[in-house]
Design a protein around this ligand. Structure first.
Ligand code: HMG
Ligand code: MG
Length: 302
């Protein structure tokens, strides 16, 4: 066991979470969620994506949301950019970090970004170069790192290949993503090991959707490898429009509760985080999709 003493959580709720909502979420609500997350101690927030509004209308207010955020010193704000057009639009919003998203599955790459893996790498090469020229940190995601909604099982060789390609174009950090939440601890560890052939332990993170209830177990499995950075989504918001049936990321509240119980520092105030998750859940008209948040809210009510 190689447990880290500190963990950094990137809350991806405003982006990965809200990109999948059927109803409209006004920019003001997204901004308020970001404010509440940073007040709870989150130091990195994935705010929005600069993708085609025809593909993902939920993120069409990207510039408005970025402009409305009261930036807190020490907090990093990241956005997704699938191509140079998205990067150029994002640049005006001054993100600290951009995210390019590749897939370890050819079919998912086609459905999600309308091009092959190889073509996507060429697009991301231009994005990474432009980001470096503007001193913006470049993160990458490897979607479908353990399973694909169209192709089924995904081999570790594919994950290693995509990690190598991303490294080769100057992507500084890579998130191993279980897009549809089918992974189990040993499979996720193998995908992480494949990525670690090309990336340092300090430059990888876990991004686990919780469709099959495995995301917390998968997080623990990666903690045991020494991985100390994770994406999570407040109130367990989310899913991917191109991965039908997949639910949200592991709830930030659940990860923070587990880490606190293990004596691992996160810098996050769990009570305030629960409030942030309740705020967005109330707006959406449902209960937070987090066991820890539910338990803590019940305890408060009692
Ligand atoms: P395309 O249709 O092949 O693009 O889509 P195109 O270059 O042919 O352009 C078509 C039209 O889109 C043109 O407009 C472009 O200007 C416009 P028109 O002339 O028809 O009016 N366009 C754009 N508009 C705004 N911003 C842009 C942009 N690019 C082109 N950046 C494209 C290709 C990549 C744009 C499209 O497929 C797309 O936007 N895909 C995004 C899908 C997405 O957001 N998926 C969810 C995020 S990824 C995810 O959730 C996974 C992750 O969480 C990790 C995990 O869990 O796996 C990260
Ligand atoms: Mg995701």
């Amino acid at each position: 066991m190689n447990l880290p003493s500190k963990v950094k959580i990137v809350d991806v709720g405003p982006r990965d979470g809200l990109q999948n909502e059927k109803g409209e979420v006004p920019a003001s609500v997204k901004i308020e969620l970001v404010h509440r997350l940073q007040d709870a101690g989150l130091t990195e927030i994935e705010v929005t994506s600069f993708v085609s509004p025809k593909w993902v209308p939920q993120m069409a207010d990207n510039a408005e949301v970025m402009a409305g955020i009261r930036r807190k010193p020490g907090v990093r704000y990241s956005v997704l950019t699938p191509n140079l057009k998205g990067f150029e639009a994002a640049l005006l919003s001054k993100p600290d970090e951009i995210v390019v998203f590749a897939a370890a599955s050819e079919a998912f790459s086609q459905r999600n970004i309308n091009c092959s893996i190889e073509e996507s790498i060429e697009r991301f090469r231009a994005v990474a170069e432009a980001a470096h020229a503007n001193n913006i940190y470049v993160r990458g995601a490897i979607s479908c790192a353990v399973g694909c909604p169209y192709e089924g099982e995904v081999s570790t060789e594919r994950v290693e290949m995509v990690a190598r390609l991303l490294k080769g174009i100057g992507v500084q950090h890579v998130g191993v993503a279980d897009t549809i939440g089918v992974g189990t601890p040993l499979k996720v560890q193998r995908a992480m090991e494949a990525t670690l052939k090309h990336y340092n332990i300090n430059d990888v993170s876990g991004h686990f959707h919780d469709t099959y209830g495995q995301a917390l177990g998968n997080t623990l499995a990666c903690l045991q490898m020494g991985v100390w950075q994770y994406d999570a989504s407040s109130a367990g918001l989310g899913g991917c429009p191109y991965a039908k049936g997949a639910t949200g990321n592991v709830a930030t509240e659940d990860v923070v509760y587990m880490l606190q119980g293990m004596g691992i520092e996160t810098g996050i105030d769990l009570d305030k985080l629960v409030d942030a998750g309740k705020f967005i859940s109330d707006f959406l008209g449902r209960k937070p999709n987090s066991r820890a948040a539910t338990a803590l809210l019940n305890k408060r009510a009692g």
